[in-house]
Design a protein around this ligand. Structure first.
Ligand SMILES: [Ca+2]
Ligand SMILES: [Ca+2]
Length: 199
């Protein structure tokens, strides 16, 4: 019996490249209209950081010692969590970064945000964060943050997932946090938040 594996190598190459070519064409079709194309009555408007105060950037710094060949998810990105972290009725934003600092921005209204990362005591340990979940883990009415980290990989700082439990909201309206992942038994050194979400 003739199998696909025993077919002519040129036929095998054609079988491999044809689906890729068709897939690429479909992706190009799906991306229409392309960047730079004029759109009548756009539904969204791009606002730069001078307008919004949001200057977070998940900038990557690949080196010969550590790059996508060492970590296949190198370019998978970080994450963003949205919630009213200071209970003022406006949705705030938390950004999880790979090789930059995680940042917390409070919504000041009128689409302007203020970076309160340091005042909120967001830990900065150079760990590689891959995502964030927002939850009130202790049901005290204050939103908490669970941040997924790459915890045990050669070339990256050894770290673990963080559970940032809100310690209260100051008179200045800024919430402060403490990493209590170990106390809650959630200090996993894994690469996703799935285990937490299944609790
Ligand atoms: Ca808020
Ligand atoms: Ca809470």
């Amino acid at each position: 019996m003739t199998t696909w594996l025993s077919a002519d190598p040129r036929l095998r190459l054609a079988c491999l490249t044809l689906p890729i070519a068709i897939g690429s064409l479909l992706m190009l079709q799906g991306c229409h209209p392309s960047v730079g194309t004029h759109v009548e009555n756009p539904k969204f408007e791009t606002l730069d950081h001078d307008r919004t105060g949001l200057n977070f950037s998940n900038t990557l710094h690949p080196t010969r010692a550590f790059n996508v060949f060492d970590y296949m998810y190198f370019y998978n990105g970080g994450g963003v969590g949205a919630g009213d972290f200071n209970n003022d009725g406006k949705i705030d934003l938390f950004f999880a970064a790979n090789q930059e600092s995680n940042k917390l921005y409070l919504n000041a209204g009128d689409l302007h945000f203020t970076d309160v990362t340091l005042a909120a005591k967001i830990p900065q340990d150079s760990g590689w964060s891959t995502g964030v979940s927002v939850v009130d883990i202790n049901n005290d009415g204050l939103l908490d943050l669970y941040i997924c980290r790459v915890g045990d990989l050669l070339g990256l700082p050894h770290t673990h997932n963080q559970l940032l439990v809100c310690q209260g909201i100051g008179k200045d309206g800024i919430p402060t946090y403490e990493d209590q992942a170990k106390q809650y038994g959630l200090d996993f050194a894994v690469q996703h938040t799935g285990r937490f979400l299944r609790l």
